[in-house]
Design a protein around this ligand. Structure first.
Ligand code: GTP
Length: 80
């Protein structure tokens, strides 16, 4: 599903923000593991020039991480 979204020829300029939430919980996966599980390593390698995809680890509970993610998203969507 994520790969289908990322690989879409339609609107290739639109960025994709992946939020890895609940990092405050014991046993939460690391960013590395999340990227691996989502297959984002390969995606980055082959789609780097096509679509921006970024992972931000966060915790809504601790109010951390997601603001940076949305800031990144806004930045990607600014013209120029
Ligand atoms: N510990 C912790 N709990 C969270 C966090 N974010 C959301 N939750 C809790 O996770 C539960 C499910 O939240 P929902 O907003 O219903 O999310 P959902 O996508 O419908 O369900 P899940 O996929 O189970 O998270 C709620 O009890 C939230 O309070 C977080 O960063 N840390």
């Amino acid at each position: 599903m994520l790969h289908e979204l990322i690989s879409l020829d339609e609107r290739p300029h639109l960025p994709v923000l992946v939020l890895g939430n609940k990092i405050d919980l014991v046993g939460a996966v690391s960013e590395e593991e999340l990227r691996l599980q989502l297959g984002l390593e390969q995606t980055e390698a082959c789609l780097q020039d096509l679509r921006s995809v970024e992972v931000f680890m966060c915790s809504v509970q601790l109010r951390s991480g997601y603001i940076e993610g949305f800031k990144w998203l806004l930045q990607q969507m600014r013209p120029g």
